[in-house]
Write a protein that binds this ligand. Structure first.
Ligand code: URP
Ligand code: ZN
Ligand code: ZN
Length: 465
């Protein structure tokens, strides 16, 4: 099957130009001006006049079916990757979970079983490490060899995913040897639990107090601590879901002194705020960790994205229905499952708030949503770019189409949207995954199970730059 995408503006991190793209089978075969006029034929031509042609977006932080707070994140690999595709995201990297007392292998196998035969677009895995011991340290090397080279540890959630400094440092020492990357959820969970318990005990139990109790200074402290541990181990470290200027200041200071510190932020920290957590139990829709911050953090995070102290934007997609799931925390914010839906909306929110909003160029937008994730997470240049030989994961993107985000029309399997009623400019018209059209003008045309596991490599040069 050959597909010619004609006359679109190809946008990559390097620049933008009008050209045609010939897709042959699963990869990009040719890029050039007026390929049709030059005698190139195809089975199908997609007219991209007036539209962008961008590399399929990559979301390196999702949680399909994550067990949390006595329930499971609602999207499966089928519904989650399908929703992602509607929003222009053609690859996700999800977090497999090692349950306490089990092996990494068992956790990874369980996640392969959830994804294989179900995902409609490509996927990879990171590994959440719940126990650091001699056995799991050895297993890390094997996972790196199998294309799962990143390990998430937590300074948050005591009694659940929490690791102490010794465990984190041992895991970092192991990645110094095997080339893997430690990803850190950096909030001081021990201190947070003290404040959260004091807050709830004094009768402040609404979801809003989840946001109040998780001080941004606790995020800043943990961010500094894990970066310092990584410097001592001589390894890169990646801070996930960075939400506050306190944490950003630590990442910036570390990078300025030459430390190999990297970080992502998420749309919820750029577009939503602590104010959204008010309104009684409705605030549960916005309970995530780190929590939403006061609006005055937004500009700092945008500056971080502009100056590359933040390298990319991922979603931390972790959807729980309001009814029946978020409701588990009625009367006690500590019991609300933590997480928000978002995999479908990231590309458009960033286009609207970033490019249309005049904060970033369209080239930087492509870098934040696709190229940087591919580079940092060992998929480049197979993914994350529009170039000959790359996977034909492509999006024909209409920068002028307006759409209103709503739970009534989204494709994520969750009963609310954090952005209900928000109008955004920019939307994906046609989405290709390895050469096959999987979304066309609002219709899903892909296939359950067509997504493949992406075996990722270790540190790209960009990681160490
Ligand atoms: O609230 C969040 N972020 N839920 C998902 C789990 C995590 O910590 O990433
Ligand atoms: Zn986390
Ligand atoms: Zn997460």
């Amino acid at each position: 099957m050959r597909t010619l995408i004609s006359n679109g503006t190809i946008v990559t991190t390097e620049g933008s130009s009008v050209a045609d793209v010939l897709v042959d089978g699963e990869t990009i075969a040719l890029i050039g001006a007026d390929l049709g006029g030059a005698g190139i034929t195809a089975d199908e031509t997609i007219d991209a006049s007036g539209k962008y042609v961008i590399p399929g977006a990559i979301d390196v932080h999702t949680h399909m079916e994550l067990p949390f707070g006595g329930t499971f994140a609602k999207d499966t690999f089928e519904t989650g990757t399908r929703a992602a595709a509607f929003g222009g995201t053609t690859t996700i990297v999800d977090f497999a979970v090692q349950s306490r007392g089990a092996s990494l292998r068992e956790g990874l196998d369980a996640w392969h079983a959830k994804a294989e035969g179900n995902a409609v677009a490509d996927y990879g895995f990171h590994m959440i490490m719940s126990d650091v011991n001699d056995e799991t340290l050895k297993e890390m090397d094997q996972l790196v060899a199998e294309g799962v080279p990143d390990f998430k540890l937590f300074t948050a959630y005591p009694g659940v995913f929490y690791s102490d400094d010794g465990a984190i440092f041992r895991a970092m020492q192991q990645t110094a040897k095997n080339g893997g990357l430690i990803m850190m959820h950096a909030e001081n969970g021990i201190a947070i639990d003290i404040v959260a318990n004091q807050t709830a005990d004094s009768g402040m139990t609404d979801p809003y107090y989840h946001g109040v109790a998780r001080y941004s200074i606790f995020e800043g402290e943990a961010t500094n601590r894990v970066i310092r541990l990584a410097e001592a181990a001589g390894v890169p470290v990646y801070i996930v879901h960075l939400s506050s200027r306190d944490a950003l200041n630590e990442v910036r200071a570390a990078r300025d002194r030459g430390a190999m510190a990297f970080a992502e932020t998420c749309p919820q920290y750029l577009f939503l705020s602590l104010e959204d957590m008010k309104n009684g139990f409705e605030g549960a829709k916005f309970v995530c960790s780190p929590p939403l911050r006061p609006k005055d953090h937004w500009d700092d995070l945008w500056t971080g994205l502009i100056k590359d102290d933040l390298q990319l934007v991922a979603t931390d997609h972790c959807p729980f229905d309001f009814e029946g799931q978020k409701e588990l925390g009625r009367g006690d914010f500590r019991k609300v499952p933590n997480g928000l839906p978002g995999v479908e909306d990231r590309v458009d929110l960033l286009h609207d708030g970033g490019v249309v909003g005049g904060r970033i160029t369209r080239e930087r937008w492509v870098e934040l949503i696709s190229t940087a994730p591919a580079r940092l997470f060992g998929m480049y240049p197979r993914k994350g770019t529009v170039s000959v030989g790359a996977d034909a994961d492509l999006v024909v993107y209409d920068p002028n189409r307006r759409r209103t985000i709503s739970a009534g029309t989204h494709h994520m399997d969750v009963d609310y949207s954090c952005y209900e009623g928000r109008e955004v400019r920019g939307a994906s018209d046609v989405v290709l995954s390895r050469g096959s059209v999987i979304v066309r003008n609002g219709e899903f045309t892909g296939k359950k199970g067509a997504g493949r596991f992406i075996k990722r490599s270790t540190a790209d040069a960009a990681r160490l730059a």
